[in-house]
Design a protein around this ligand. Structure first.
Ligand SMILES: Cc1cc2nc3c(=O)[nH]c(=O)nc-3n(C[C@H](O)[C@H](O)[C@H](O)COP(=O)(O)O)c2cc1C
Length: 140
């Protein structure tokens, strides 16, 4: 268990690592939703892979798991309010209300985003990079 001071230092360091902001969206049998995320990066060009990290408590996670797809909506400067909505715990099915979007490739894509990608889920276990090669975590 880490101490409160260690948490504080961790946040101080990583809070100064500037990132873009995206909304990760999904749509499945239980409805559509999305969450603001910055733990997102492009991972590989061959194969094409992007990495998104979900908190276990994120309600978007089961939507993405069940549908096997997710949308990456890169936000533009000025879309703070939108980021706030998708970072909130508003009822999941209300988050996309009033946000102009379309469903494409089975995922909600936000019209005003800077760039978007519709992704297929490949791994929920982390992909590892070790000794110049990708590896999968052996799961039971
Ligand atoms: C700038 C910013 C970046 C965030 N990045 C992530 C992230 O990468 N992964 C994550 O799980 N949550 C992230 N969050 C927190 C989620 O947006 C937040 O927990 C949200 O309520 C999840 O929504 P959901 O429960 O409807 O899925 C971030 C929040 C903010 C404000």
């Amino acid at each position: 268990m880490n101490s409160g001071r260690e948490h504080e230092l961790f946040r101080e360091v990583f809070g100064r690592f500037a990132t873009g902001v995206a909304v990760i969206t999904g749509s499945g049998p239980s409805g559509a939703g999305g969450m603001t995320a910055n733990a997102l990066c492009s991972l590989s060009l061959d194969p094409l892979l992007a990495l998104v990290c979900f908190e276990n408590e994120a309600r978007t996670l089961p939507i993405v798991r069940d549908s096997g797809r997710f949308g990456v909506n890169v936000l533009t400067a000025g879309q703070h309010q939108l980021a706030g909505v998708f970072a909130s715990k508003l009822p999941e099915d209300e988050k996309l209300d009033g946000v102009p979007h379309r469903i494409e490739h089975g995922v909600p894509l936000i019209e005003a985003s800077l760039a978007w990608a519709a992704c297929e889920l490949r791994e929920l276990a982390p992909l590892l990079w070790y000794s110049g090669r990708y590896h999968a975590v052996p799961l039971d």
